[in-house]
Design a protein around this ligand. Structure first.
Ligand SMILES: [Zn+2]
Length: 236
């Protein structure tokens, strides 16, 4: 199935761009059954092949009973798919430049057009809203539902002291948004600290944001990234 190939490629793309490392994961809803989704077994995303992809239900239980285990944080995916029928792909990441925006009062704002979706609002979820004294990981459906509630209808949510979750109607949108979210965070930090002191920054306004998100699906980026990885994977 081409979505399985896309999932492997999406994982490699996210690693290549430094937005996921040994941790973090990409998932895709099953195009033939909206009540299941595909995600890898518990494995570093850079090592994933098509044979490692599992199909899980909306409680994050494997469809095949003898399946290997998937990630601890798989409940991020099932709870968001349940809450958001429009979402067909999810990236959970620990993207490094994004994390400081999750634990300070510095708001992430759209500084360049490729990340216009940030202007739709990026809520910041604190796991303490679900449970106190955790190890910060989304380990059960209670945590996952709390995160999905905070995400609401937005394209992404920050996770305090942890990372973020990014969603899309297509896998290329979830991946593109993840990569440009990290780039935007970097650019925003650079712009705010230019000249060695706080600087006033001009962000995209609401009209510019809605004019951009109307069409922005990262087609050209996805085409480039996918072709590169198809070639590399064929050589593995
Ligand atoms: Zn995580």
């Amino acid at each position: 199935m081409s979505i399985i190939e896309d999932l492997v490629i999406a994982s490699r793309i996210c690693v290549e761009h430094g937005v996921i490392d040994a941790y973090g994961h990409v998932s895709a809803r099953n195009p033939e059954n909206p009540n299941t989704y595909f995600i890898s077994r518990d494995l570093a995303p850079e090592l994933i092949t098509q044979a490692d992809i599992l199909e899980l239900d909306m409680e994050s239980k494997p469809i095949k009973p003898d399946s290997p285990r998937s990630y601890n944080e798989r409940f991020i995916h099932s709870e968001i798919y349940k809450a958001r029928p429009d979402v067909h792909s999810i990236v959970h990441n620990h993207s490094p430049t994004v994390v400081p925006f999750s634990c300070t009062n510095c708001e992430l704002r759209p500084i360049f057009h490729m990340a216009a979706f940030i202007g739709l609002g990026i809520p910041n979820w604190d796991i303490r809203e679900a449970e106190l004294g955790t190890d910060m990981l989304v380990r059960n459906s209670l945590h996952g539902k709390s995160l999905a509630d905070k995400l609401g209808a937005h394209p992404a949510a920050l996770m305090r002291g942890h990372g973020s979750v990014v969603v899309g109607e297509k896998i290329q949108i979830a991946v593109g948004r993840t990569i440009y979210l990290e780039q935007n965070a970097k650019m925003q930090y650079q712009a705010m600290t230019m000249f060695g002191k706080p600087t006033e920054v001009i962000y995209m306004d609401d009209d510019e944001v809605s004019a951009n998100v109307k069409w922005q699906e990262y087609y050209r980026s996805w085409d480039l990234w996918k072709k590169k990885w198809q070639k590399k994977l064929a050589q593995e």
